[in-house]
Design a protein around this ligand. Structure first.
Ligand code: MN
Length: 190
C-alpha cells in the first residue's frame, strides 16, 4: 500500500507563483488519485510489495501493465516534482552539477533555454526532465503522459510537470509563462 506523501512545504508557500488552489487540486486530488488507483491495481498482484521504482521498471515495456505503469510513474513523478519546488530554494545547482551543466550546455542560461524548449514543445500532457545516464552524461528529455527517466535507466535530477492541471488555474493556456516562472522563482536544486 502506498500513501500520498505530504508536500514538503505549506500549501500557500509558493504564492503567487503557484497558488494554494492549484496545490489543493494538484496534490490533494490528482496526485492522491494516482496513489489510490495504483493501490487498487496492485492489490494481490506480484507488484504489491515492490517499491515504486521496481514497479515502474518491471511494467515499463509491457502494454498489459500500462495502467499500473502510468499510475506508479505518476506517483513517483509527482513526489519528485514537489521536491524540485521552493520559493526560496537553491536557484543554482551545487558545484559538481553546475560544472557539468556548464560543460554540456555551455552555460546555465543555455541549459535554461533548452529545458524551457523541451517543456514548452512537449505536445500534450507530460514532463520535461534533466536526467543522468549510467556514465554520468546529462540529458534533457521530453516525456509524454507518465513517462519517466526511471523507465529508461536514467537518474532524474530536475523536472517540471507540464500537464495542464499543473498550471491551468494560475496561467490558463500560457505554459511558457509557467515554465519561465518555474525557472526563475520556483526551481529548487538539491
Ligand atoms: Mn501533475
Amino acid at each position: 500500500m502506498f500513501t500520498l506523501e505530504p508536500l514538503p512545504f505549506s500549501k500557500n508557500a509558493l504564492e503567487p507563483y503557484m497558488s494554494e488552489q492549484t496545490l489543493n487540486f494538484h496534490h490533494d486530488k490528482h496526485h492522491q488519485t494516482y496513489v489510490d488507483n495504483l493501490n487498487k491495481l496492485i492489490a494481490e498482484t506480484k507488484f504489491e510489495d515492490m517499491s515504486l521504482e521496481e514497479i515502474i521498471k518491471q511494467t515499463a515495456e509491457d502494454i498489459k501493465y500500462a495502467s499500473i505503469f502510468n499510475n506508479a510513474a505518476q506517483v513517483f513523478n509527482h513526489n519528485f516534482f514537489w521536491s524540485c519546488l521552493a520559493k526560496d530554494g537553491n536557484k543554482r545547482p551545487n558545484g559538481t552539477l553546475s560544472n557539468k551543466i556548464e560543460s554540456v550546455f555551455g552555460s546555465y542560461e543555455n541549459f535554461e533555454k533548452e529545458f524551457k524548449t523541451a517543456a514548452v514543445s512537449q505536445f500534450g500532457s507530460g514532463w520535461a526532465w534533466l536526467a543522468e545516464d549510467k556514465n554520468g552524461e546529462l540529458k534533457i528529455m521530453k516525456a509524454s503522459n507518465a513517462d519517466t527517466p526511471i523507465a529508461h535507466g536514467l537518474k532524474p535530477l530536475m523536472t517540471i510537470d507540464v500537464w495542464e492541471h499543473a498550471y491551468y488555474l494560475d496561467y490558463q493556456n500560457r505554459r511558457a509563462d509557467f515554465v519561465d516562472t518555474f525557472l526563475t522563482h520556483l526551481i529548487n536544486w538539491k
